[in-house]
Design a protein around this ligand. Structure first.
Ligand SMILES: C[S@@+](CC[C@H](N)C(=O)[O-])C[C@H]1O[C@@H](n2cnc3c(N)ncnc32)[C@H](O)[C@@H]1O
Length: 397
């Protein structure tokens, strides 16, 4: 099927129409004509894969990645970094055209080798991934987006002597490594692996089988303990920029609610500027880490609550002046949105890794709030993902 790419969607896919039906084509650029095969076909739309480029965009370049043809992890490795930012900006402006007329993405100073965590499939003693929408396993020797310390481990995967399962590799500021393994096998990792890499912990099926279940991270001039199952921002330089922009919007008298706070990544630097911070997070180890992290950094004006935001949010007897939300990709739930609307907290700082759910949540919040700033950060360079900071202020009546 031949398709002409007319635009790009907010997930970085080329957009085309076939007999009036919308087609999303991964790794296709505006103005290109491509021969493509259908991988998903439902009533409303088709998802397609490029088979051949018939008319090539002058913005297309050869990817830096040897797996680009099969791996859908990157959407924009087929164009220059500068053009990838432009396309992401266009996608957001198009998607939020009723709310904003201007949108800028702050670039990532290190646009390859930035990821501190990667999860891969293990099959037949090979490490790799499944091609999207297929059962084709692609074995890899490296991932250009991952930190060098992670790629060094991938290169030595033969030393794991591990046949089948999942492997997550996490690396910290000091290139220490945590390995999180899910498998039914008994492991017999070669000693050489430990001699060649700074492995500080191995967790197999949620049990620690070597040393520790955590490591320490240094960001924002602070020290964070991070457990193997706790979220931590994957891009050091970009996540620090976001912290700086958040802090600029706070004052000394603020009492801040930090929803979905993880190990206190934002709560701790915010607490250095404001009167008080309360964080809510559902992962137990993350809250245990956060509580220790405040002590590690001699901070006393933060408290952390373990539980689901939607269960705990209305049980805190404090009058908040600002709320920071950094939810998972699914965005805010109905109860949390209603709480924000009811309580009329003067400012909401919404950190979002999913423009789709941000847009949906904003459509409800806009009944009482107006957007006063909206900025993007290229946290996940070359991939379709965009991190946004949207600042909302309560409308005056
Ligand atoms: C995008 S991460 C942000 C974490 C933190 N703000 C940071 O920057 O490190 C989202 C966090 O929300 C937590 N989470 C997911 N659903 C939740 C819920 N219903 N209630 C509380 N926390 C939740 C996850 O465990 C994760 O730590």
């Amino acid at each position: 099927m031949e398709l002409e790419i007319i635009d790009i969607d907010e997930l970085g896919r080329g957009l085309a129409k076939n007999d009036g039906k919308v087609c999303f084509i991964n790794k296709a650029l505006p103005n290109e004509i491509v021969k493509s095969k259908v991988v998903v076909n439902n009533k409303k739309y088709m998802e397609c894969k490029v088979v051949e480029i018939i008319k090539k965009s002058n913005k297309r370049i050869n990817s830096f990645c040897p797996y680009s043809n099969n791996c859908d992890g990157c959407s924009f490795d087929i164009t220059t970094y500068e053009n990838s930012l432009k396309l992401k900006e266009q996608a957001i402006i198009e998607s939020f055209k009723n709310d904003i007329s201007f949108f800028k993405i702050e670039s990532n100073p290190k646009h390859v080798g930035y990821r501190n965590k990667i999860s891969l499939k293990v099959l037949n003693e090979q490490i790799g991934y499944y091609e999207e929408n297929t059962h084709n396993f692609i074995s890899i020797k490296s991932c250009s987006l991952a930190k060098e310390s992670i790629n060094n481990i991938i290169k030595d995967f033969n030393l794991f002597k591990f046949k089948e399962g999942m492997l997550t590799i996490r690396s910290n500021y000091n290139d220490e490594i945590l390995l999180i393994i899910d498998t039914l096998e008994d492991l017999n990792i070669a000693k050489e692996l430990f001699l060649k890499h700074k492995i500080v912990g191995i967790i197999k099926n949620n049990q620690v089988i070597y040393q520790d279940s955590f490591f320490y991270e240094r960001r924002n001039g602070l020290l964070y303990k991070v457990s193997y199952d706790a979220f931590f921002q994957i891009n050091e330089l970009v996540s620090e920029k976001i912290v700086k922009d958040i802090i600029k919007n706070l004052t000394n008298n603020d009492v801040v609610l930090d929803l979905y706070c993880g190990v206190g990544y934002f709560s701790l630097p915010m607490s250095l500027k404001v009167k008080e911070v309360v964080g809510i997070e559902v992962v137990k180890n993350a809250v245990v880490n956060a509580t220790l992290n405040k002590k590690l950094n001699n901070i006393s004006n933060v408290n952390f609550i373990l539980g689901k935001v939607e269960d705990k949010i209305d049980k805190i007897p404090l009058k908040f002046t600002k709320v920071l939300v950094d939810p998972p990709r699914s965005g805010l739930d109905k109860k949390t949105i209603n709480f924000l609307l009811e309580k009329e907290i003067p400012m909401i700082l919404y950190v979002s890794c999913n423009p789709k759910t941000l847009k949906n949540n904003l459509s409800k919040l806009k009944s009482k709030y107006k957007i006063i700033d909206f900025k993007g950060y290229d946290m996940f360079s070359y991939t379709k993902h965009i991190e946004c900071l949207c600042i909302l202020s309560l409308k005056e009546w």
